[in-house]
Design a protein around this ligand. Structure first.
Ligand code: ADP
Ligand code: ZN
Length: 609
């Protein structure tokens, strides 16, 4: 799903305000008398004085004969209807005659009961109903139920298995994500197998990655592979409704899903409901969103994991998610879905090329090379644009030229937002990342390199060196801390060594290195100067983990000096390692530039050659 949001969504409240205003206006114009406050009961004597004053126009007796109703001008000069009691008064007829008042059985200004009924009941209700219809139509367009009675029902679209028809074959270049999802497919296939042994599969998995990388597609593929129904709803659909509706919708979604189990529930853009709850604002805040989130958490905790309902959610802003969502039993599996590398882009192009007629001998690799940083959705778009161009030019197959042209159109379109790197920049990033990796590899006691990539992330990182420890790590010794800082400085060190100047690319490295060094001095007792003295405290471990100093100003200055010293020493170490291994640095950087992503194994093979 690339962009499923319709552009103009007026809040419902506007419609209500308009409706009320219309009714009021209607009443003010059509029933002025009603607005002015109906029939006034007055004393008989007052009635007589009004007759004498010539204010009374018409008089009539009520049907049962115990009331007199009359039409007269009131103090402001408007016509008004009054009633008074019937009083034995023989002179009344003469009095009325002399005042020139007409008397009849029915005041003509007073409408017949039928007309009254029509105007005061049938018409307003009719108008309300029409307005309601109009309102509902608006709601239906926004994917909500059209029937007022079913307001609490979620409108999660149910895609039956035959309708998704998507398999893992349709998803290219996301091998790691697919591998992680295969187990879920198997579970949905035969939940009893897992139940028999007592195994519980995760209830939820979070697909994390930039837009257009195929998260929705992967979720559909899981449903397609497992031949189970696919419920899909977007996080934004939960919150744009009346207060309390979001929670009701969640409840209903899970009810439906439970009835259809085994099945896949896919929640796109989960960050819109799952945002971190603001710790500071106890009052106000977004209560509606919070209610929805709480309901989601309750439902996830409540349903039976063995039944075969698997919830997949997608987000491209995992850092903003409420930690409660990520706890065990909820979305405790995180599946990264990354922008494709060169091989991935070739594969994606080929998948989409299956659907169009290609001229023989089209070079997909050339197209893939030219589209570093493009997402799966953009590559799909490139193939489609090329096909459109071929049709425009009256051909019946897509040729290389069409593809190259459409790369220009599509890339130019997203270059602005995504900043596809120039060759020169890619070269710098390659050296920078290899710098990190080399420094890491040449130090003892530092985690082995698992993967190096120069595919830009939406997070802003242009490249990335992943180090993965063999076992989980809870402690770090002083040497490891120092090594890590050296590794962090390795990026800029390589830039300086090779190009003679440095770029802004190392800002995050610098931040991390500084944090580590500060921690060593102020919190972990790893400096000779201060020893085991706490100089900083962590304010709130669960909210950001920021720290405050708990020492004198003079001490703070000394801490800074120590931090600078530690980072400087680390940088000198990195410089030394890179100088000693310069030929390997060049060789590895070239290889990375060529391949865009290399594994730790490939890296070690070249390093140890
Ligand atoms: P996301 O949910 O991550 O924003 P989608 O799954 O909606 O992305 O992807 C949009 C479209 O882009 C898909 O329907 C598909 O045509 C194409 N696409 C994206 N990634 C891939 C991929 N890895 N393989 C094949 N097609 C892809
Ligand atoms: Zn770096």
């Amino acid at each position: 799903m690339l962009d499923s949001n319709s552009p103009n969504k007026k809040p419902l409240i506007y419609y209500c305000v308009i409706a009320v205003a219309l009714i009021l206006l209607f009443n003010a114009l059509i029933f002025p008398a009603m607005i002015r406050g109906s029939v006034k009961q007055i004393a008989y004597s007052e009635f007589l004085s009004m007759v004498d004053a010539g204010r009374v126009k018409e008089v009539s007796l009520s049907e049962d004969g115990d009331q007199i109703a009359f039409l007269a001008t009131d103090e402001e000069g408007n016509d008004a209807v009054y009633t008074t009691v019937v009083f034995p008064d023989d002179g009344l007829t003469n009095r009325l005659e002399s005042a020139g008042v007409t008397f009849s059985s029915q005041i003509s200004k007073q409408n017949s009961p039928l007309i009254n009924f029509i105007f005061s009941w049938v018409l307003p209700i009719g108008i309300f109903m029409l307005l309601g219809r109009f309102l509902m139509r608006g709601l239906e367009k926004r994917g909500m139920p059209g029937n007022a009675m079913s307001f609490g029902k979620a409108n999660a679209k149910i895609y039956a298995e035959s309708e998704t028809g998507v398999t893992f074959d349709n998803v290219a270049g996301e091998e790691e994500a697919k591998e992680a999802l295969v187990e879920i497919v198997d579970f949905l296939h035969s939940p009893e197998k897992y139940a028999a042994i007592g195994a519980k599969l995760p209830k939820g998995a979070l697909l994390v990655g930039p837009p257009g990388t195929g998260k929705t597609l992967l979720a559909k593929a899981v449903a397609g592979e497992a031949h189970v129904p696919f419920f899909s709803i977007s996080g934004s659909e939960f919150v744009e409704m009346f207060v309390g509706m979001g929670a009701a919708k969640v409840r209903d979604l899970f009810k439906q899903a439970n009835e259809k189990a085994p099945c896949i529930v896919f929640i796109d853009e989960i960050d819109t409901i799952g945002k971190k709850r603001d710790a500071g604002s106890g009052l106000g805040g977004n209560d509606e969103r919070e209610q929805t989130l709480n309901q989601l958490l309750t439902e996830m905790d409540g349903f039976d994991g063995k039944k075969g309902v698997v919830i997949l959610a997608a987000t491209n802003r995992p850092e903003s998610l409420d930690p409660a969502l990520l706890r065990p039993g909820r979305f405790d599996r995180r599946i990264p879905v990354q922008l494709p590398d060169l091989a991935g882009r070739v594969a994606i192009l080929k998948v989409h090329a299956r659907e169009v007629r290609m001229a023989p001998g089209v070079d997909f690799e050339a197209v893939a090379r030219a589209t570093s940083g493009a997402s799966g959705a953009e590559l799909a778009n490139i193939i489609n644009e090329a096909a459109l161009r071929a049709v425009r030019l009256g051909r019946d197959t897509v040729e290389q030229g069409d593809l190259e042209e459409s790369v220009e159109t599509v890339i130019a379109g997203y270059q602005r937002k995504n900043a596809v790197m120039s060759q020169r920049e890619r070269q710098i990033v390659s050296y920078h990342e290899i710098g990190h990796a080399l420094v890491a590899a040449k130090q003892q006691n530092s985690a082995p390199v698992a993967k190096i990539t120069i595919i830009p992330r939406t997070s802003g990182a242009l490249g990335y060196t992943m180090q993965v420890d063999q076992d989980e790590h809870f402690l770090m010794d002083q040497e490891e801390m120092a090594n890590k800082i050296a590794t962090l400085t390795g990026g800029q060190a390589a830039e300086k060594l090779v190009f003679g100047r440095i770029t802004t690319g190392a800002s995050n490295d610098i931040e991390q290195a500084t944090k580590l060094a500060r921690g060593m001095v102020a919190r972990y007792g790893m400096s000779d100067e201060f020893g085991m003295v706490a100089l900083e405290t962590v304010n709130n471990q669960y909210l950001g983990g920021d720290t405050s100093l708990i020492c004198a100003q003079a001490t703070a200055e000394k801490i800074d000096q120590q931090v600078v010293r530690i980072v400087k020493e680390a940088r000198e170490k990195a410089d030394r390692i890179l100088r000693e291994n310069e030929p390997k640095l060049h060789e590895l950087a070239k290889f990375l530039l060529e391949k865009e992503t290399i594994t730790g194994q490939e890296f070690m093979d070249i390093l140890n050659r």
